[in-house]
Design a protein around this ligand. Structure first.
Ligand code: ATP
Length: 293
């Protein structure tokens, strides 16, 4: 990743969004969502401090992705409030939530078929633009110039997130880990105040995961608040400043990430699921490892 491009790539974001340091980046209060008879999210409250890297943890099926879907406006809550730097977004459609400064990636990568890597990231820059359709149709010089500039910024973002594939390749043809980085670049192109990453290191090796962690650090330095769903507990302990753990849609711990992982209720939630044996072992290893490598 090219740190020199950091401010060039997202500097515009800082110019267009004013971040109020006193408000929570995200404040979730009394959030509930049922699917049929299943309470996927149950009276959930947590606060993501500004400029934090916030880990949202919990065993399989705990409700983490549902929380992200509720925040990003993909589904509507039954009850509760969600504010972004003080602005209520709980019942807003996804495009308004995006306009409020919330961007995300998906557990199962969602890229447009038939778009190249570069075009995929460029769509992020165009997301909030009031399209002047006739400019595009007539292919006016101003339109061509803007397109060149957006392409240049998209290349900078790709460089920054560590995509090495040629920008002209179809994004869907890339290896999975690389697709995840393209998706992050597209999310950054929307110039977010809050960036939510759903299992971003799935399909990445240790070196790539570490590199992603360093990227999160540098984004936080620029004022972006991050919410991270991540099963790699070691990564959470190294890179997250704050955490919340949910189980059956309810909050069971919140605060310092290490204290959360060592909390007896959290241990019980992970221990209680045979299918989470692998994750449990990771937790146990971390308990014996008080370093931060
Ligand atoms: N659209 C839906 N319809 C019905 N049930 C759903 C829907 N989405 C999620 N669920 C259920 O809600 C619960 C929470 O699911 P969710 O995907 O949010 O958990 P998760 O913590 O993200 O799990 P994982 O770590 O395995 O991704 C699960 O029981 C799931 O089956």
């Amino acid at each position: 990743m090219n740190a020199d491009n950091a401010h060039a790539a997202t500097g515009h974001a800082q110019a267009t969004h004013t971040v109020d340091a006193d408000s929570a980046a995200l404040d979730v209060r009394g959030l509930s969502k049922t699917f049929g008879g299943l309470r996927a999210v149950d009276d959930l409250s947590f606060r993501v401090p500004p400029q934090s890297i916030f880990g949202l943890l919990g065993p399989n099926g705990a409700g983490k992705t549902t929380v992200l879907n509720l925040i990003s406006g993909l589904i509507k809550p039954d009850h509760g409030s969600i504010t972004v730097f003080g602005d209520e977004i709980a019942r807003e459609p996804a495009h308004r939530v995006a306009r409020a400064g919330v961007a995300r990636t998906y557990q199962n990568v969602r890229l447009f078929p038939a778009l190249t890597v570069l075009e995929t990231v460029m769509t992020g820059f165009y997301q909030h633009r009031q399209a002047q359709l006739w400019h595009s149709v007539l292919c006016l010089p101003s339109e061509r110039r803007e397109r060149r500039e957006v392409a240049e910024r998209a290349r900078e973002l790709l460089d920054r997130v560590g995509v090495t594939a040629p920008p002209e390749r179809l994004a869907e043809a890339l290896p999975y880990g690389e697709q995840r980085r393209v998706e992050i670049a597209r999310a950054l192109a929307t110039q977010p105040k809050v960036l939510m990453l759903d299992e971003p290191t799935a399909g990445m090796n240790d070196v790539e995961s570490e590199s992603l962690g360093q990227l999160m650090f540098s984004l936080r330095e620029e004022g972006i608040s991050l919410v991270l769903i991540e099963h790699n507990v070691k990564l959470v302990l190294k890179f997250c400043s704050d955490a919340a753990v949910i189980n059956f849609g309810e909050l069971i711990a919140e605060g310092d990430p290490r204290a959360c992982v060592e909390d007896p209720d959290v241990q019980a939630a992970y221990f209680g699921k045979q299918s989470d044996a692998e994750r449990l072992n990771t937790v146990l290893r971390v308990r014996g490892d008080h370093g931060t490598d």
